[in-house]
Write a protein that binds this ligand. Structure first.
Ligand code: SF4
Ligand code: MG
Length: 320
């Protein structure tokens, strides 16, 4: 199967003064296939949001390629990119901050249609807006209201309707539920799943909540300090994690079944995520890894396939 999106050695660095570089994304590679949900997880500061924004070209990449429809989108002209842009949309974490408070819901949802001059008449455009609102479980009565009149869950529905306006193939969902009440989170995730089936969407789903990612994702990639540490099908990753960092993240998830809890050794993640400014050679996880050996400080482990479809970057896989 051909991937819909191929991310190749993607890098995004920020200059933070005095020649220092913040290496938010430092050479990650993965494919996303048609109709799948690819989960991207890691603690805050691991580079997952920056990766999402660079893949959709909201940020300019420092290095690497994103292949969509057989072309590296970083090389496209402004005109060709405008066309690709319709297919690459984003849903943001904070539905309040990402919606203009002075615009009605109808104007917010219609804005992408205006920008791309898709509709010939006002009537046609308004009909499309109502259609989009209904797709996300809202209706005509919501159209003339303002974002502050809505609950967090409803605002996220508006954000989703807006992202769908141009019939995209691919949507980056950047922590779309982390700002919502727990009671609302499942509703929004189920809506995203429903829309995926109905519209044939492909998602990159960014999150730090591993349990929700497991529920929605076909495959999951685990990032740490700008590097991809592990990647596998969801079930495989959760049942058979190979990387010490993934094991630690998983052991931090509260497990409802007490029998399982007793058998799983909890690995404690000591300390904070180190700074991604001017990172040293070697494994990025070394300061927090209980399996670290001398080699881990000197040589950066290669991200490679260990079992079919299961990739990990660690010097000690097979020993631990
Ligand atoms: Fe730990 Fe070394 Fe593996 Fe890094 S390479 S995760 S420090 S054992
Ligand atoms: Mg983030």
């Amino acid at each position: 199967q051909e991937p819909l999106i191929s991310v190749k050695n993607l890098k995004k660095f920020f200059n933070v003064g005095n020649g220092n570089k913040l290496k938010a994304v430092d050479g990650i590679s993965f494919d996303i296939f048609h109709g799948e949900t690819f989960g991207l997880v890691g603690e805050s500061g691991c580079g997952k949001s920056t990766a999402g924004r660079t893949i959709t070209r909201l940020y300019d990449a420092t290095e690497g390629e994103v292949i969509f429809n057989g072309k590296n989108i970083f090389n496209l002209s402004r005109h060709d990119m405008a066309d690709v842009r319709k297919n690459l949309q984003m849903i943001f974490q904070d539905p309040y901050a990402s919606l203009n408070p002075r615009m009605t819901v109808a104007d917010i949802v219609a804005e992408p249609l205006e920008i791309h001059r898709i509709y010939k008449s006002e009537k046609e455009k308004n009909a499309r807006v109502i259609e989009l609102l209904e797709l996300v479980g809202l209706n005509e009565e919501h159209a003339m209201r303002f974002p502050h009149e809505f609950s967090g869950g409803q605002r996220q529905r508006v954000g989703i309707a807006r992202a769908l306006a141009l019939n995209p193939k691919f949507i980056v969902c950047d922590e779309p539920i982390s700002a919502l009440d727990v009671s609302i989170q499942a509703q929004v995730v189920n809506l995203l799943k429903e829309l995926q089936d109905k519209l044939g969407l492909t998602y990159l789903f960014i999150a730090h909540d591993l349990s929700m990612v497991r529920y929605i994702s076909d495959r999951v990639g685990v990032m740490y300090l700008g590097h991809m540490m592990e990647l596998a099908e969801s079930e495989e990753l959760y049942d058979n994690p190979l990387h010490p960092y993934t094991k630690a993240l998983l052991s931090a998830i509260p497990i409802p079944n007490p029998d399982i809890q007793r058998n799983k050794k909890r690995i404690v993640l000591d300390g904070d995520v180190p700074s991604p400014i001017n990172p040293k050679e070697g494994c990025r996880f070394v300061d927090r890894c209980s399996y670290a050996i001398d080699k881990c400080r000197q040589v950066t482990p290669i991200f490679q396939e260990r079992e079919p479809g299961h990739y990990a970057a660690c010097h000690r896989i097979g020993e631990i």
